[in-house]
Design a protein. Structure first.
Length: 197
């Protein structure tokens, strides 16, 4: 009879010991300085090869579909009215030439995108880059599909996220980034896979 009583008290001892060990660990971390960044008030620093939301130069795109074929999850959608040719002197597509087709749609579905940068590698005109924006919050799944051909009509290379639109006047670095995106300037694209020549 003493064995079950001994086992009962042994279980109580083991449970109390386990709780004490857990509480020691909890208290150890409870009084440490926090490492959380108050985003967006504080700017996050990214690695040089960080791969964020794409930046797209529609005036360089020949709609060759190589980026869509390289995409492992089929999240790039391209429609064109005909073949597009680049003017070798300027390095951009001559939209005024009647023989040049129109880029009807270039879209990326960010609910599928892996941010792997495999779409940037095969591009012969280097018109798609990995950007530095990381937050594309929205209110519906449709907000995750970015229509880059439509953005190009507004002279944008990447979408302007809601948080950036709302905080541009309150937070200095957000205002600077908003002005860069609004002006159609590209971020550095160190995250791209450089083509082999």
């Amino acid at each position: 009879m003493s064995s079950p009583v001994r086992e009962y008290f042994r279980n109580i001892y083991d449970n109390i010991t386990s709780i004490v060990i857990g509480m020691k660990i909890t208290l150890k971390y409870c009084f440490q300085k926090t490492v959380t960044v108050n985003y967006p008030e504080q700017h996050l620093s990214f690695a040089p090869r960080y791969r964020g939301i794409h930046e797209f130069e529609a005036n360089k795109c020949i709609a060759c579909d190589l980026c869509a074929k390289a995409c492992p999850v089929d999240c790039i959608y391209i429609d064109k009215s005909g073949p597009r040719k680049i003017d070798k002197a300027t390095g951009i597509v001559n939209e005024d030439d009647p023989k040049t087709g129109k880029l009807l749609r270039f879209a990326i579905d960010y609910s599928k995108c892996l941010f792997c940068a495999l779409c940037t590698e095969p591009c012969p005109t280097l018109c798609i880059h990995m950007g530095k924006l990381h937050d594309l919050s929205g209110y519906s799944r449709d907000d995750a599909v970015v229509e880059f051909a439509e953005l190009d009509k507004e002279n944008l290379r990447t979408p302007i996220p809601l948080w950036m639109e709302r905080n541009k006047d309150k937070i200095e670095w957000v205002g600077d980034e908003y002005e860069r995106v609004k002006a159609g300037k590209l971020a550095n694209h160190a995250g791209d896979i450089t083509p082999v020549k």
